[in-house]
Every structure is written in structure tokens, then in C-alpha cells.
Design a protein around this ligand. Sequence first.
Ligand code: B12
Length: 423
Amino acid sequence: MILFVAVALIALTAGKTACASGDELLLQLNKELLQSTEASGSLPNPSVHIALRLSTHHNLLKESQNLNQLKTKLHDDIQSSINDMKPVVGRLALYVLALKASCQDLSSFTLSVNEMSEPLLTHLKKELETEKRNIASKQRPKTNYYQYSLGILALCVSGVRVSSHISHKLIHAVQHGQIKHDVSLCIDSHAMAGMALQCLKDARTTVNNEAELNKALATIKKKLLESERADGHMGNEFSTGLAVQALLAMGSYVKEHANSVEAMRADARKGTYHNPMAISQILPALQQRSYLDLKSKDCHDEDDSLIWNVLPVQPEVQSNVLVHVHVEVVKATGLISDFLVDVPSGSSLLKALTLLQDQQIGFTFEKEESLWGPFLSRVNGEWARQSDRRYWKISSDGNALKEGMGDYKIDADQKITIKNIDY
Ligand code: B12
């Protein structure tokens, strides 16, 4: 009998260990994300907070410290953008979703607009109204449909009624192929639109035409499923997380996105997802959750087992091998200038451009901080930003980069093209 019990116990423990090792990847990503909240200097990232709060495992102390950072630093950042009359719809929406993820009473948060105090959600509604007017007059939002969708999603998840005029503009954009950008960016935006529209459907919000809403959801689902590559990713490695979240929200069958989940796991093991923003978008999907789950978040009886241990920071290995980089700058007028720089193999593009600038041979650049890291905004005196409706598109040997200048590593000789294009 004793032998039997012992064997049974060993079998049970072995089963648990096998199960735990399956979860180890998730735990590792979860810890990396938690650790990223301690990064000094950068703004607290609401998307990271959302993913931490949607996770199975928590470190409640660190999460509440992070929430306080959002309530002060991110809040102030949004306030100063409002003071400067910059559109804040995307960031404000992510902030609202992050507060909702921590079960905060949203009615107690206000912003100061024209010297009047305005509840966060009221201001978000107004931002969406402004975007709607922009779509009506210019056929596109001031920001983009990704942020317009985020705004709708945040209101809906918070239980606020979304005007049918606002939702109709998104439905119309989906049905008339107005959510553009190149392939992968387009998948991210469709995924976000899918979550926003599914939330409206679930809330039974009055939309002018329910059949149109259903058609738009079907279009999005088809687009996401058709974007699956041979390796399982939908769009690219960085859009798959949101695509799977959207499919989950829409109630798609597990087998419909099983390959994509496997593809994300494989890339996570390879270390593709080191940028906290990237981890924050895949982690909920890997745990079969989506932003729509925030709607029913109650914050009761939460696990508090996520251990805070500072993960070893990989030292940047400075290689002795130099690689040749040809930098081609194509200005808005089409004027081309070429530069050459040798950089240690493994350098980031940011480092390569800094070394090139240091040579003082006529190349200069400026960057702006964003949730994804440094965004290249000015090259050789020429700006290309959201406010200009232009951007510096970066390619390597003719292929558009899938990462930004801070993350992309230069391992071999190549030609980097930086082209000012409008969108
Ligand atoms: C819309 C969009 C754009 C638009 C943004 C302007 C606009 N108003 O439409 C444009 C076309 C300019 C753009 C450019 C690029 N993008 Co983009 N973009 C997006 C998208 C779909 C939404 C971003 C957004 O509005 N977020 C919401 C707001 C609240 O967050 P935010 O941080 O304040 O947003 C700003 C920044 O994110 C910045 N931005 C946009 N893209 C990128 C990419 C990088 C690397 C950085 C640092 C910043 C940045 O522009 C946003 C608006 O001002 C995301 C999808 C996603 N999953 O996040 C991809 C995404 C972030 N972009 C991506 C990439 C690769 C790029 C480019 C590097 C492509 C290229 N080869 O040139 C360039 C950036 C080059 C540069 N100059 O530094 C990848 C990043 C992946 C990664 N691991 O880094 C994503 C995830 C798409 C994807 N699935 O591949 N993008």
C-alpha cells in the first residue's frame, strides 16, 4: 500500500513538473515583462501593465507600484500632450485599459482641458469625435485606425456607450479597405478593429446596422486567417499576438489559430520577443486571453506567486569584426545621398547611425521616444512624423525592417535605405 501511494505521488509530481516546464516559457516572458517596469528613464508603458494584469501569475506589489507610475508619469505625459493640442487617443485608450485592468474607478480620474476638469472617459469620447470628423472630411483619422479602434475598445470595455456614428466609421473603413499601411501593419490594425467591434457586438450597442457589423467582423476574421504564413505567423512575428487575441475575442476555434500560437512560442524560444512592447502583445494570446477579458476583470483572489528576481542583463558584446554599412538617404524630393560606415558586427542600427553621425560627414539624425523604443523622426534636417503624415521607412537590402532602429542588429555588410515617404 505504502509503495502504491509513493508511486502515485511520484507520478503526480512528475506530471506537475512536465506541466510546469510547458509553462516555463510563459513564466519567463512574464518575469521579463515585470522586470521591464523597472527600466529607468522611459515612460511607464500601459500596454505592459495590461499584459501583466491579464496574466495568470502576478506580483501584486510590483504591479501596484507600476500602476502608481502610470497614474503619475503617464497621466502627466498625456496631460502635456493635450496642452500642446496633440492627439492622444491611442495612449489615452491604453491608459484607460490599464486602469481597468487594475479595477480602478475610472470616474475618479480627470484631465484638465481648457482649464476645466474633464473625466478621462469624457475626454476619450471627445478625442474620438475629433477623429470621426477628420475621417468624414479627410477619409482618415488624424492618428490611424489602430488608435481609433483602441479608443472604441477602451470605451466599450469600460461600459461606456459608443455612438453609432463613431462605430460606423470603423465598420465602413473595414468594408472599404481603408485600413491600409503595408501588409503587417495592416494586420495589427485589423486585429485591433476586430477586438473593438466584437466588444460592441457583445455589448449589444446600438449600431445603425447590425448586419454591417457582422459583415465587418467576418471580413476581419477572413483577413486575419488568410494572412497566415507557412510558419504559422499572421502578418509577421509582431502582429501575430494581436491577431490571435482578436480571433480569440471573436470566438474562433482553437485549431484555427493553433499554428500561430505555436509560431509565437517558437519565436519566443529563439528570443525574437525581447522588446517589452512585443512581449506585452503576445503574452495574453499565449495564455488564451485578449483585451476583451478586461471587461470582466474583478481583481479578487488573485495569485501572487510571480517572484521578482532581477534577470541577468545580457552584456552587449562588442565584436572585433567590422561590417560595412552603406546608408542611403532618400529625401521627400527624391534627392539621394550616400554614406559609408564600418560598425562592430552585432551593433544596433541606432548605434550604427550614431557612429556615422559622429564622423561629421554630413549625416545627422534625431529620434523620438515611443512605446516601441526610438522612432527615427529627422534625417539630414528633414522631419517625417505623424504630424507631417510622413515617416522615414527603413529597409535593409531592399527589405523593410520588421524592427525599429533600437532593436535591429547589423550582423553583416548591408545597404540601409532610409526613405521619407508619405502615408
Ligand atoms: C500605425 C503604425 C505605424 C505608422 C505610425 C504613424 C501613424 N500615425 O499611422 C508608421 C507607418 C509611421 C509606422 C512606421 C514604422 N513601423 Co509601425 N506600426 C504601426 C502600428 C500598426 C500602430 C502604432 C500605434 O499607433 N500604436 C498606438 C500608440 C498609442 O502607441 P505609440 O507608441 O504612441 O505609437 C507611436 C509609435 O508606436 C510610432 N511607431 C509606429 N511604428 C513604430 C515602430 C517602431 C519600431 C517604433 C520605435 C515606433 C513606431 O508611431 C506611433 C504613432 O505615432 C504598430 C502595430 C503594433 N502592434 O503596435 C506598428 C509597429 C509598431 N510598427 C512596426 C515597424 C517595424 C515599423 C517601422 C520600423 C517599419 C519600417 N521598416 O520602416 C517604421 C518605423 C521607422 C522609424 N521611422 O523609426 C512594428 C514594430 C515591431 C518591432 N519589433 O519593433 C509594428 C509592431 C508592426 C509589425 N507588426 O511589424 N508604423
